[in-house]
Design a binder for this molecule. Structure first.
Ligand code: NAI
Length: 731
């Protein structure tokens, strides 16, 4: 006879005739399971019975939600934690609860099997680690395992920093915890993180079977570090070569290497991975109890830290944007099942790739000649092949995707197209004439989206018969990798058009912000003064590598001079002129830019830029560039002075974009800057940064810079207003 318990609102509990207690997590009122006080209380309330009821011989923990095991801690709850002591109390309870769960096998002979399908992350992973066995569904993209806490500025706080390294080895544990990356079942199996992966239809049955088979057997992991499973996180050859035995010397070397590598990566801007490292080290050196205590201490320091608040805020912003239709009316998105991509170059190829791979829609590329078509098609096929090679995609999925993309040099086969995305050269006349062609030959209700990086959409639509169906869809390069899509609407763009493009962008896997039209929209506009300031600094004699190093230390993924080479110095120069025309002197590119273009320095693409390129690889600074810029002497400048000059140009322009109504909200400004331009995530974005520093301090710095360097540093009025009223942009 089966017994059930109906008192629990966040899980289902049932004991079958064989004595297997089945716990299915099912957090009330939520689509996903997350671990907050309510679910934890229900789960831990069962422990007494699991321990003492002799009818219960084994336990299986699964989920009643489709495609979701336990996605992590309840971040909404964590985010509002202002008193770290409260979080630590709760985590202390979780430590005790998970220890009792672990002891069910070790002390009571009752195996506990985690049956995992869907995300098993953060607190979910920690629960699974406290079980005596982990079985996952296989071959299913929904199933991922990991400890992503550092991405939110915290560390695993319910035993993860101790149990994970004990299970899979210190180096592999460091890798997962310090990077926050998630594993697919196949990789997890290799590392020994899971015991088995099976088709999802049989998951619960097999979990029950394994539970019954292992009743009374000792737990497999008896503590101690499993160096046998070491996978190197840092430099694999080097670390494995160190023959890390279970000895203090080996561990010392491992931790000091990890620390060195970590600091090189984070520049000290991200305290969470450093804290995780300390907790793991404490456990390795002083035993598991000391490790648990260190984990709680470190967690308490982090949970209310500005970095954690900023990273959690960005996480919530991107969750919010998933639900945002991009419009204020109830206009409905229309289905998009056939897309035309005009231009099969770098951007067109990338857009066609996400269309077929992510959105899974039929896509037809139009180019000027056969070589152009071939370029576009091969971009897609090469990317798919790379994904298959990296095992991120199955061959049959790639085969299916490639069948969705075709190409042509004529308009044949473009009938019934729902959406045209143009990615031809950045030329207003060309874009207008292409739009006229589209209106002439493609269906009546087609949407025309431009991937222009700087031209106002209103100008592109100026001669359109149907300007209400013209919109901007601004992707970032490389399209397959960059998470942001900036959608640009004009006064005439119809709401259904915006809603349709927003929904389609989400299907392409993008985080979508909708901005109002204007030269450079949001992202290109903020980059312009940021890039210009680099030239001012160069003219003052600051060295290229010092500028790049300063901004990388500030938290950008690459320095602005490197970025200029990547984007193309010629492209930057062209956009600079467009920006100057629209915004006047404030945005005028400083001297030297034209000289670089005349010297045929385009950056990485032609191997001639600020840096040297050999065989496509970036080398040292090309010292000859200084002569081209007319610079013959150098001067040292404080790193923080460089950071203020370049960083505040970005931030001030972002504020102007909000003031001018280009941005719909400060939230979109934060997300766009981080996801599209690599603005340091730990700041939470430019607006959160202003809030953290205080608008009055930012205004004072800008005023001082304006005094010294001229009116291009005049603070935006909206910054002055916020400073005067002591207001924040985000709350
Ligand atoms: P690209 O030069 O790699 O590709 C442009 C393609 O358009 C070429 O293959 C060309 O043959 C084709 N083309 C030209 N006229 C055409 C026509 N009449 N019909 C069909 N195809 C035609 O340029 P890229 O980098 O892909 O840029 C395309 C657009 O995307 C530009 O407007 C650019 O400003 C914008 N963009 C570029 C970004 C980048 O990082 N490269 C980032 C965001 C936007």
């Amino acid at each position: 006879m089966t017994t059930t318990d109906n008192q629990l609102s966040n899980l289902h509990f049932e004991v079958d005739d064989n004595g297997v207690a089945m716990i299915l997590l099912d957090r009330a009122g939520e689509r996903m399971n997350t671990l907050g006080p309510d679910l934890a209380a229900d789960l831990f309330s069962l422990l007494d019975r699991l321990e003492t009821d002799s009818a219960i011989k084994a336990v299986v923990i699964g989920s009643a939600k489709p495609d979701n095991f336990l996605a992590g801690a309840d971040i909404a709850w964590l985010r509002q934690v202002d008193d770290p002591a409260a979080a630590v109390d709760l985590l202390g309870e979780a430590h005790k609860g998970f220890q009792r769960l672990e002891d069910l096998a070790a002390k009571h002979g009752k195996p506990v099997v985690a049956a995992i399908h869907g995300p098993c992350l953060g607190g979910g992973m920690e629960l699974a680690l406290a079980c005596s066995m982990r079985i996952t569904s296989n071959d299913d993209a929904a199933t991922q395992l990991g400890q992503p806490e550092v991405k939110l500025g915290i560390i695993p706080g319910a035993g993860g920093t101790q149990r994970l390294p004990r299970l899979i080895g210190i180096a592999a544990g460091l890798d997962l915890i310090l990077t926050g990356r998630a594993l697919r079942p196949r990789q997890a199996l290799k590392l020994g993180l899971i015991d088995e992966s099976v088709p999802k239809e049989f998951l619960l049955d097999i979990a029950k079977k394994r539970a019954l088979e292992t009743i009374g057997q000792p737990a497999t992991d008896e503590g101690g570090f499993s160096f046998g499973k070491l996978k190197s996180w840092l430099s694999p050859a080097h670390l494995q070569g160190l023959a890390l035995e279970d000895n203090p010397m080996g561990r010392k070397v491992l931790f000091s290497k990890a620390e060195e590598k970590l600091l090189a990566e984070t520049k000290g801007n991200y305290p969470a991975p450093e804290a995780a490292l300390r907790a793991i080290k404490a456990g390795a050196e002083h035993g598991i109890e000391a490790g648990y205590a260190a984990e709680l201490d470190e967690f308490a320091d982090l949970v209310a830290s500005p970095q954690a608040k900023a990273l959690m805020s960005i996480f919530f912003d991107s969750q919010d944007l998933k639900k945002d239709s991009g419009i204020d009316t109830k206009a409905k998105a229309r289905p998009v099942s056939k897309v035309a991509v005009l231009g099969g170059g770098l951007m067109g190829g990338g857009i066609a790739t996400v269309n077929t791979m992510k959105a899974k829609v039929s896509t037809r590329i139009k180019e000027v000649d056969d070589a152009g078509v071939a370029r576009g098609l091969s971009y897609v096929s090469k990317h798919l092949a790379r994904q298959v090679k990296r095992r991120r995609l199955h061959q049959r999925q790639a085969d299916k995707a490639i069948k969705l993309v075709t190409g042509s040099t004529s308009w044949s086969g473009f009938g019934n197209t729902d959406l045209v995305i143009e990615a031809v050269f950045e030329d207003l006349d060309l874009k207008q004439s292409i739009l006229a062609e589209v209106e002439g030959v493609v269906g009546d209700e087609v949407i025309f989206a431009s991937n222009t990086s700087s031209l106002p959409i209103t100008d592109i639509a100026a001669k359109a018969a149907h300007p209400e169906r013209v919109i901007g869809m601004h992707y970032f390069s490389p399209v397959e990798k960059m998470p942001l899509l900036e959608i640009i609407v004009t006064d005439e763009t119809a709401d259904w058009v915006t809603a349709t493009c927003v929904e389609f962008g989400k299907k392409q896997g993008k985080t979508v912000i909708v901005v109002n039209d204007g030269t450079g929209f949001y992202t290109t506009r903020v980059l312009a003064p940021y890039a210009n300031e680099v030239y001012y600094l160069l003219q003052e004699g600051v060295r290229i590598e010092e500028i790049d190093k300063a901004m990388v230390a500030w938290g950008f993924p690459v320095g602005p001079v490197t970025l200029a080479d990547e984007v193309g110095i010629d492209v930057g120069a062209k956009i600079g002129k467009i920006m100057e025309k629209a915004f006047g002197n404030r945005m005028a590119p400083p001297g030297g830019v034209d000289g670089l273009v005349t010297d045929d320095r385009k950056g990485r693409k032609n191997g001639r830029g600020f840096y040297k390129y050999e065989g496509g690889k970036k080398g040292d600074v090309d010292e000859s560039v200084y002569a081209v810029l007319g610079i013959d002497s150098h001067k040292a400048m404080d790193r923080s002075a460089i950071q203020d000059r370049i960083g505040l140009q970005f931030i001030n322009e972002a504020a102007r974009c909000l003031e001018d109504g280009i941005l719909r909200s400060a939230r979109d400004g934060d997300v766009g800057a981080i996801f599209g331009l690599g603005f340091p995530p730990f700041t939470g974005g430019p607006f959160s940064y202003v809030d953290a520093q205080g608008a009055d301090n930012i205004v004072a710095k800008l005023e001082a810079l304006a005094e010294e360097h001229g009116p291009r540093f005049e603070p935006a009025q909206i910054l002055r207003d916020h400073a005067a009223k002591g207001m924040k942009f985000r709350d």
